[in-house]
Structure formats: C-alpha cells, structure tokens
Design a protein around this ligand. Structure first.
Ligand SMILES: C[S@@+](CC[C@H](N)C(=O)[O-])C[C@H]1O[C@@H](n2cnc3c(N)ncnc32)[C@H](O)[C@@H]1O
Length: 247
C-alpha cells in the first residue's frame, strides 16, 4: 500500500502514543458526542486508520467492527488487540463491499484536507462503503480552544491556523456539519505527560513549555468533529439531502 503517509507520532513511538490515547478525554465528553452524532450500537462500524487499534474494543456494542490500517508496522499491533476484524487498507482503498457500513470513524487519520492534499478520493471511497444514510465522523484538532491548540499554533506557526480554516471550508463544501468538544488530557504520571509532549512537539518548544509548567500532568484540549451523512438518495439527485444535523 503506497498511498499512506506514515504517522509522525504513533508510528514513531506506538508505546508513547498508547499513553496519549489512555490520557485522552477522561470526562468522556468526546465519546458521548460521537455516540450522539452516529450511534453504533448494533451497527457495523469502521475505524479508518485505526493505527495500533487502541479504540477498537471500545466499540463493543457494535454488531461488527472493522479496523482499517495501511501502515505495515502498526497493522500487526492492531491485529494483536483481538478486537474487531483488522484489515490492511487505506481511506482511498477500503477492502469492504459497497453500502455495507453504517458508521465510519477517522480519528486523526487521513482526513487533513489542505490545498495540496485534497481528500476527495478518500471521501468518495467512504461514500462507496457507507449505506445510504450512513455517517462519517472525522475527529480532528480544534485550533482555537484549549492549551493544546495554543501549543500547536505557537510551536508549529500560523500555517496550522490556515490549514484549520481550509479544512473547515472544505468540509462545509462537502455538506458536513462541525462540532467542537472541549475536553482534556489527564496523565497519572508526569513522566508520561512529558514523553507525550516531546513526541507531539519540536523538542526545544516542548522543553520550554514543560519548564514553564513544572507541575502539570495534563492540559485542556479541544476537538473539531466533522459529521458527513451519505445521502439517502443517490449523490447528485436534486432532492438528496447532503447536510448533517445542524450545529
Ligand atoms: C495519528 S495516527 C492515529 C491512529 C488511530 N486512529 C488512533 O487514534 O489511535 C494516524 C493513522 O492514520 C493512518 N493513515 C495514514 N495514511 C492513511 C490513509 N491514506 N488512509 C487511512 N489511514 C491512514 C496512519 O498509518 C496512522 O495509523
């Protein structure tokens, strides 16, 4: 599979990324919003770009869960979880039948629409596998609220903001709805928090931020969720609804 971009965090250190996943959303706000937007109980769900498969067993209420992952190093880790059916594939090539899936989640995977990185191909492939009326929910970083957004914009520069604006406009053009969830990271041990900050950010900036926050074991963190609904009528039919539920 040559159409994937190796992740700069999970593929670099699956162990540290595991700590990050464990620390996410201790209040369960993100999870509650995902379940409210597109419930998966008794449904068929795809975790697209599932990485090492951390989230797969959390969909235990689904009738069937598929993890799709292109990275040959992460794929075996996801298979070893023993949750759901894990298949090699990518957003552009999903090895599943047409109209066989109720819900697709893409969590920090593939859907980073930018001027030089249109995500049309992946969205068309998701549309192919979704049943009419099925949902795609994309989980992305919010760049405006919370300490993590502050770190992103200060350490990676203003291009982050421009990318976020491009992504919002792109999703709006696809007829998706956007929701922001303000949540947090909470770690049990400072050393784990430090390791994750150093995985996610350039070393100099990460060290400077940690020195300024010597007792921190977490931070505030906001997500942008994009909810795209596959029209019940064929795409292109004049009366086909292409909008999700309103903001
Ligand atoms: C930051 S990791 C997130 C992994 C997982 N979703 C999680 O939250 O633990 C990004 C994932 O996207 C995957 N990825 C990269 N290119 C992709 C593509 N074209 N289609 C699907 N997944 C892709 C990477 O291999 C990696 O597993």
């Amino acid at each position: 599979m040559d159409d994937f971009v190796r992740s700069g965090n999970q593929a670099v250190s699956p162990e540290v990324y595991e700590l990050e996943n464990k620390a996410l959303d201790p209040e369960g706000k993100l999870w509650a919003k995902l379940a409210a937007l597109a419930p998966w109980q008794g449904k068929v769900l795809v975790d697209l770009g599932c990485g090492s498969g951390y989230w797969l067993e959390k969909y235990r209420d689904a009738s069937q869960v598929y993890g799709i992952e292109p990275d040959p190093d992460l794929l075996p880790l996801a298979i070893m979880r023993g949750a759901g059916k894990v298949l090699r594939g990518s957003a552009e090539h999903i090895p599943l039948e047409d109209e066989s899936i109720d819900v697709v989640h893409a969590r920090f995977a593939y859907f980073f629409p930018m001027e030089n990185n249109p995500c049309d191909k992946g969205l068309a492939e998701v549309a192919r596998v979704l049943k009419p009326g099925g949902s795609l929910v994309v989980i992305a970083n919010n760049l405006e609220q919370g300490e993590f957004a502050g770190l992103l914009t200060s350490l990676y520069g203003p291009s982050q903001q421009e990318d976020a604006e491009f992504a919002r406009a792109w999703w709006q053009a696809q007829g998706a709805s956007r929701y922001t969830v303000l949540s947090s990271w909470r770690f049990e041990h400072r050393k784990d928090f430090e390791a994750v900050i150093r995985l996610e950010f350039p070393q100099e900036g990460a060290n400077a931020w940690l020195a300024l926050h010597p007792n921190a074991t977490g931070l505030t963190y906001a997500y942008d969720l994009y909810h795209w609904l596959k029209p019940v009528l064929p795409i292109g039919t004049a009366s086909a609804p292409n909008r999700g539920v309103g903001d």
